[in-house]
Design a protein around this ligand. Structure first.
Ligand code: 13P
Length: 258
């Protein structure tokens, strides 16, 4: 098995107040000493990517976008291409987040087209999948996620592909699956990816867990060998909580807890 480098990514969603760049500056300073062990990625709203890039320049902390269009240019009011995000400073992009799938009716096919476009632009796509509570209660969690992976990821996995398993019912709710459930879902996700893209690509792809990751549950989740990192929403908005989550990774235990 390949040793996959851990990744902790912060998804700021539609949150960035007047002090947002100051927060990024603070995060970059705090995360820099930790970044030789763990990839740290901040995905702020695209409007502040360029400003944030001036703060991450020469530093190991990376920036990502939260969505991109599947085309490179054209009459798509309000949209951003993968190339534009890259030019603004992004190195990765979150795609197919459940909030996009719900708010914007994004289909697996569209997510797949965006994933291919991101790869072609040199962005690492972070493809999100996850079941609803009704699907879990119906015993369909693994089948749902496997089907999403098959239809949302191009057969030829883009360079730097990352998957994020985010159960819809765990996002922003304070609820999380049990550790056994997380293990089972990550194993099922990797098997589905292997069927779709081949064993080598599946082995190289990081699978992050997302959904109510907080400083107090991060150590338990991040110590699971099936989990290659976390995609953090609410707790990534403040330096203290994001830093505590990164520090909770077992690779960083020598830095102690926050
Ligand atoms: P929360 O960490 O706020 O539950 O959000 C998770 C998420 O949606 C990250 O993409």
């Amino acid at each position: 098995m390949t040793a996959r480098r851990p990744m902790i990514a912060g998804n700021w969603k539609m949150n960035a107040g007047p002090d947002a760049l100051h927060v990024i500056e603070e995060m970059v300073e705090a995360l820099t000493p930790l970044s030789d062990q763990v990839d740290c990625l901040i995905c702020p709203p695209a409007t502040i990517l360029a400003g944030a890039r001036s703060l991450t320049k020469g530093k190991p902390v990376r920036l990502g976008g939260q969505d991109c269009h599947h085309k490179t240019s054209g009459p798509h009011t309000g949209c951003l291409s993968a190339d534009m995000l890259r030019a603004a400073g992004a190195e990765a992009v979150i795609l197919g987040h459940s909030e996009r799938r719900t708010d914007h009716a994004e289909s697996d096919a569209l997510v797949q087209a965006k994933t291919a476009a991101a790869g072609e632009a040199g962005l690492a796509p972070i493809v999100c999948v996850g079941e609803t509570l009704a699907q879990r209660q119906a015993g369909q969690a693994e089948a749902t996620v496997a089907a999403q992976i098959t239809a949302s990821v191009p057969e030829r996995a883009p360079e730097g592909l990352v998957l994020a398993y985010e159960p819809v019912w765990a996002i922003g709710t304070g609820l999380t699956p049990s550790l056994e459930e997380i293990i089972a879902m990550h194993r099922a996700a990797r098997q589905a990816l292997a069927r779709r893209c081949g064993a080598a690509a599946a082995d190289a792809t990081r699978i992050l867990y997302g959904g109510s990751v907080k400083p107090d549950n991060a150590a338990a989740i991040l110590s699971l060998p099936e989990v290659d990192g976390a995609l953090v929403g609410g707790a990534s908005l403040e330096t203290k909580s994001f830093l505590a989550i990164v520090r909770a990774h077992p690779m960083l235990s020598r830095f102690g807890s926050a």
